[in-house]
Design a protein around this ligand. Structure first.
Ligand SMILES: Cc1ncc(COP(=O)(O)O)c(C=O)c1O
Length: 413
């Protein structure tokens, strides 16, 4: 291996070249059958993905955004309702909420996991809402009824689902998981006394199969998982122009179907997903080991109740821009997920949030940096990345050689 070669942030070529024969044969099959939309390839993938996520139904659609939008629409959220989520996520989370004609409102994330803080959720529900005469939960900020929560399992790490589900049950709220970055992540549910898969705990969950995801298509793709058969049937109509059968439209729907080629590709790759996730986990452990000597770098935190799948490996440092350009000069790619919290985005000026409303998300946005992370990342490459990070930090803070100490995250209640 050329030890000076550039290390990309993401390598989408190698995994596809590794599967070239299988994928080419698949393409030929689709070409020769001309079954491009729907059909057995889509149905077989749905069955396999439902089994993988340990749920009754998977509904394949053409993106994670559609998945989330259809899940919210089919869950019973009404036009004008408030749906709670976090500011530290990709904008698709809130786009889906708005496109389902609901209003996004935010609660801050936990400073260790970067996922929805159950404590902040509890404070919001206790202090920022009232019950109206009919007993409905009303947001004091918008005057609208709060009906749902969308926790995001960001970076492939689980949100604290037991605590969120307990609060949702107490306040009568629907929970839809945004599992777009968390295919195969697991949560130890004390309530159920077992490990549970991302996408199996809420009323429904959305997955994205955008190419760079842990399970990625060769184009756009997504899926919804649920144990609720009525919801699954409704979402199948939503993805297909509201048809219950050909040219009989029970509702107005969308063109949100997954095509057969993508379904076939995803099905082929699904058989590798567990091993790819294991490789990501061991690469994360190796990064932790290599980077743990400097207290100037915050490492990803994995609570004892979470088995993350490291869609992203995110560190934290005060001179993020400096480190990023140092890595760039060394030929190493990196990324920021995400540089601007959603309440600061121009698109959400109308939501009227201010600086300081979500301090944890705001300070994280200025300090987080995602390092190269993919199953095919070689140990030598990883060592080079870690060496460059350590060298930069040592240059900036010569005394920073203490071991990282991370505080454990407590559950609410
Ligand atoms: C957290 C999150 N939610 C939703 C989405 C939307 O998925 P898609 O790009 O497939 O529409 C993504 C995709 O990046 C995501 O990361």
């Amino acid at each position: 291996m050329n030890t000076d070669a550039a290390i990309p942030f993401l390598d989408l070529v190698t995994p596809h070249v590794e599967l070239e024969e299988e994928l080419t044969a698949l393409f030929r099959r689709v070409l020769h059958s001309a079954g491009f939309i729907g059909g057995p390839m889509v149905e077989n993938f749905e069955t396999a993905f439902a089994e993988f996520c340990d749920v009754r139904h998977a509904v394949a659609v053409n993106s994670g955004t559609d998945a989330l939008r259809f899940a919210i629409m089919a869950s019973g959220v009404q036009s004008g309702d408030v749906v709670l989520t976090v500011p530290n996520t990709f904008i698709a989370t809130t786009e889906a909420i708005s496109q389902a004609r609901a209003i996004p409102e935010f609660v801050d994330v936990d400073e260790h996991t970067y996922n929805m803080s159950p404590l902040m959720l509890q404070r919001y529900l206790r202090n920022k809402c009232i019950r109206d005469k009919a007993g409905r939960l009303i947001s004091l900020r918008s005057g609208r009824q709060v009906t749902a929560i969308v926790p995001v399992h960001l970076y492939g790490q689980m949100a604290d689902m037991d605590s969120i589900l307990d609060l949702a049950a107490e306040y009568g709220l629907i929970v839809i998981e945004d599992a777009c970055q968390a295919h195969g992540a697991e949560y130890f549910s004390k309530k159920n006394n077992r490990w549970m898969k991302a996408g199996s705990m809420g009323r429904a969950a959305a997955f994205s199969f955008y190419p760079g995801k842990n399970l990625g298509a060769c184009g756009e793709a997504g899926a919804i998982t649920t144990n609720d058969s009525a919801m699954a049937a409704n979402m199948k109509m939503l993805r297909d122009h509201g048809q219950s059968r050909k040219y009989y439209h029970d509702i107005e729907g969308y063109n949100g179907r997954l095509d057969a080629l993508q379904a076939g590709i995803l099905h082929t790759k699904l058989s590798h997903l567990t091993s790819w996730n294991e490789q990501r986990r061991s690469k994360a452990a190796e990064y932790n080991r290599l980077l743990s000597k400097s207290d100037a770098v915050g490492l990803p935190f994995e609570p004892s109740w979470s088995r993350g799948v490291y869609h992203l490996y995110v560190i934290r440092t005060s001179d993020r821009e400096g480190l990023m350009s140092h890595l760039k000069e060394a030929g190493i790619g990196s990324g920021i997920h995400y540089p601007v919290p959603l309440h600061f985005q121009k698109a959400y000026v109308s939501l009227n949030y201010s600086a300081g409303d979500f301090p944890v998300s705001e300070s994280a946005a200025g300090e987080i940096l995602s390092l190269p992370m993919y199953p095919q990342l070689a140990s030598e490459q990883q060592e080079r990345v870690a060496a460059e990070v350590t060298a930069f930090v040592a240059k900036c803070r010569p005394g920073a050689a203490e071991l990282n100490t991370l505080v454990s995250v407590e559950r609410v209640g």
